[in-house]
Design a protein around this ligand. Sequence first.
Ligand code: DX5
Ligand code: ZN
Length: 259
Amino acid sequence: MEYFNSPREKFRSLTSSRTILPSLLACDFANLERDIHELEESGASALHLDIMDGHFVPNLSFGIPVVEAVRRVTDLVLDVHLMLSTPESYFEVFKNAGADGITFHAEALADLDKPNQNFARNGCRVTQFREIETVASHIHSALDKIHTLGLAAGLSIIPPSDVEILEPFLCKCENILIMSVMPGFGGQKFDPRAKEKLSWLHNHVMPGTLISVDGGVNENTLADCKNHGATGLVMGTAIFKNNQTKNNFVKLNNELQAD
Ligand code: DX5
Ligand code: ZN
């Protein structure tokens, strides 16, 4: 097994090629270890873990003991996607649970700074975002906090948010996660607004940054994501459907790696 100096460095190894990040939200939780080992055997290098608080998003998923359990059975890169209203309170516990990278939502911190706006539902527009004086420093300090823990830092936006709000933070992120559905549930339809955002990121991110897309990515939408510059393809339903995890992964990965 390859040796890495830190989880952050381990996460960065993903950026040397295009990567599928299977989202465990769609796995068979009664057979979690089996599903993870099937993905390892199929050539997966990372897993995406969706953490929901029933507040930032209208759903609950799983939490710390499940991340710990996943870490006990695999050395794959663990990409933890926090859909939480107060993500910073949980960076350290998810590091201790085994995360290599932590991604949080810009909208969550904007909500904290302007509690009446509900950016988590309506998205952040560039114009509004510039008016929220404290949010940029809040986001910078959250990204720094993740790095201080030795982890890769990721920032995400929901479909109604403008991608340009991410610009001041790009130099601090190992992962940018463009949501192509409203977060909270698997199995939704891909929102095509993600495509332009991916293209914009392709022209703006630093080398060594994963450009991820999450939600409704499947055999029909994969090529579009790839052609618009996505390098991290989060897929739940498309990977675990029909009890065909290995076949699904191999087929989708072949398509992703083809020129
Ligand atoms: C949604 C989650 C996604 C979800 C994707 O809030 O962030 O990671 O698992 O699921 P699919 O691929 O089924 O859209
Ligand atoms: Zn996710």
